[in-house]
Design a protein around this ligand. Sequence first.
Ligand code: GRF
Length: 203
Amino acid sequence: LPIAVLISGGGSNLQALIDKIEEGILDVDIKMVLSNRAGAYGLERAKTHSIPTCVLSHKDFKSREDFDGEMVRILKETGAQAVVMAGFMRIITPVFLNAFSGRIINIHPALLPSFAGAGGQTEAGEYGVQISGCTVHFVDEKMDNGAIIIQAAVPAMPGEDVDVLAKRILRVEHRILPQATQWLAEGRLRTEGRFVKLGLADV
Ligand code: GRF
């Protein structure tokens, strides 16, 4: 399955996808890595693996819709049929959603619907949860709101440094994002309203 990966930062989740592809256990082809930040280290990771990259700064566009329209044009040109958001820190509009309807997934570093938003790990840590985790979900027009594909539980140590918890969660993100992406590639994800059911592989 030809995909595009959207990033804004370090790209460790992108790296996890690349590693699984190169191990021969993830049946996707990353046609492009697109970042809304020029300094994103994930762009270096893509270049190291000869994956085309693109930087699209939202500051260069009058509106979210214009930004999304340009992103759609660029990604469609690559032949990408699905989009994986791996640390992409922007809300997308129906312009983008409709272009890749039902084939956009996102990784969130908390057990949605708890701790949605930008600081999931920190909020969970400061709340004193005993169990946190991470979620891969389909993207809809609201932030961190789409139907859930996979969740993984990550034990927390109340009072520990939130960076330690975030790193523990990140390691598990690197397992569930490739798995969800593989199921997407196999056509196994059946969505019925809020429910995602795992069908048999098409392949
Ligand atoms: C991850 O924790 C992801 O869940 C969150 O942003 C972080 C991105 O990390 N949305 P990386 O860029 O994949 O290393």
